[in-house]
Design a protein. Structure first.
Length: 97
């Protein structure tokens, strides 16, 4: 036999392990460890996704709470200002009479 490059003879290669059963056992171990690794990575990805969703919901709720409290504060402030203006106007009109 001759190889394609440079007229070198094609060497006979020996593969280890020699028996198919050893190869199948190694492949079975590799398949099992790959499936376990995939399961762990899937669990880790699911956990990160759940954390992201929880933080997104918490941020959204905090924003809504800030808007609600700001509105409540502004209404109370406006009511206080209106009350003070009414008192000033009432006092001024009482002095005119």
């Amino acid at each position: 036999f001759s190889g394609r490059g440079g007229g070198e003879p094609l060497l006979a290669y020996e593969f280890e392990p020699d028996t198919k059963s050893e190869v199948l056992v190694d492949l079975q171990e590799y398949l099992l460890t790959s499936q376990i690794y995939h399961s762990f990575m899937d669990g880790a990805a699911s956990e990160q996704s759940a954390r992201m969703t929880a933080m997104e919901n918490a941020s959204k709720n905090a924003g809504e709470m800030i808007e609600s409290l700001t509105l409540q504060y502004n209404r109370a402030r406006q009511s206080r200002i209106t009350t003070e203006l009414i008192e000033i106007i009432s006092g001024a009109s009482a002095l005119e009479d």
